[in-house]
Write a protein that binds this ligand. Structure first.
Ligand code: ADP
Length: 293
């Protein structure tokens, strides 16, 4: 897409976005609530019309609603619709049939998202996390080339989240393209080939997680139990750039962890001291700090 704009009244939800997603790429869209992620994805999906700019999806235009694209793309949204009176299996078979997918596709996809045991449970009897997995299954059942997922891991417990990561990695391994939004930065760092950080309708950063982290401050943080080191004392240690108290730990920021570790050892001992190198979350927080609406 090139120079895409979308306004709602005075709100510039998408404010001049140019973005190319490569085939087979796993792209993460990150940004605070209201940044414009959903609007952007809906424009790619053909659910919303851009006010200006050009959009191409799989070599064609998604707007006006392009029926030829539907079998080739898979959508999971926050408001995914279900046939609530059907069982999970019946629901998925129905979706599969709508797309003309192979007969065994529903069963395979149920297994893929770990819902085989819930196959005979009515949709309205599924837990929130199970429904979410069914919504994801509904986006995948017809084997689309391009998959859009909107916070797919939001309602999942830690194990289900890890399981879904594997599903997503497998899909990528099959050469499918995945565009997804998430608020889990650790997850984006692990899964995505590239992430776009969106603030106020614009892309403020777009690169591989590793390059974004490397371009960030690169500082290391030492986390020291607060009962062993006061904030004032921490500020006097050599090489300390910044000190923050975060609950029961004092966080010391430095460019050179070695000398500071020795100094901390001398005044507080090293028991319970942890180090944390820069992560995508640090970069994200820097870039979005002033961007919240
Ligand atoms: P995100 O997905 O990043 O949270 P959205 O794309 O949902 O962001 O929203 C971007 C901005 O556009 C927000 O300020 C939101 O309030 C506004 N907005 C989104 N959808 C509509 C709509 N249908 N009508 C009016 N304003 C909207």
């Amino acid at each position: 897409m090139t120079d895409v704009h979308k306004r709602y009244g005075d709100t510039r939800a998408v404010d001049g976005v140019s973005l190319t997603v490569r085939r087979g790429e796993f792209l993460g869209l990150l940004g605070p609530n209201g940044a414009g992620k959903t609007t952007l994805v809906e424009i790619m999906e053909g659910l919303r019309q851009a006010d200006a700019g050009t959009v191409g999806v799989l070599g064609t235009s998604p707007w006006p609603r392009n029926l030829a694209l539907l079998p080739r793309i898979g959508l999971q949204t926050q408001a995914s619709a279900f046939f609530v009176r059907l069982t999970a299996r019946e629901h998925l078979r129905t979706v599969a049939a709508l797309y003309g997918a192979a007969r065994d596709a529903a069963e395979r996809t149920l297994a893929m998202v770990g819902l085989t045991e819930q196959g005979d449970t009515q949709v309205e009897g599924l837990s929130g996390g199970q429904r979410q997995r069914l919504a994801i299954a509904s986006a995948l059942v017809h084997g689309p080339e391009l998959i859009f997922l909107d916070e797919p891991t939001a309602a999942l417990d830690p194990q289900a989240r890890r399981d879904l990561w594997q599903v997503l990695r497998d899909l990528k391994g099959e050469g499918r393209t995945i565009v997804y939004t998430t608020h889990h930065l650790d997850e984006a760092e692990t899964l995505c080939d590239r992430v776009a950080i969106i603030v106020n309708g614009r892309i403020t950063a777009l690169d591989t997680p590793a390059r974004l982290v490397a371009a960030g401050s690169g500082n290391t943080r030492l986390l020291v139990p607060a009962d062993r080191l006061t904030e004032a004392r921490a500020r006097e240690l050599p090489g300390v750039l910044d000190v923050q108290v975060d609950g029961d730990v004092v966080v010391l920021e430095t460019t050179e962890a070695g000398p500071l570790l020795s100094a901390v050892e001398a005044v507080a001992g090293l028991q319970g001291v942890r180090t944390r190198t820069a992560s995508l979350e640090d970069v994200y927080l820097q870039l979005t700090a002033t961007g919240d609406r």
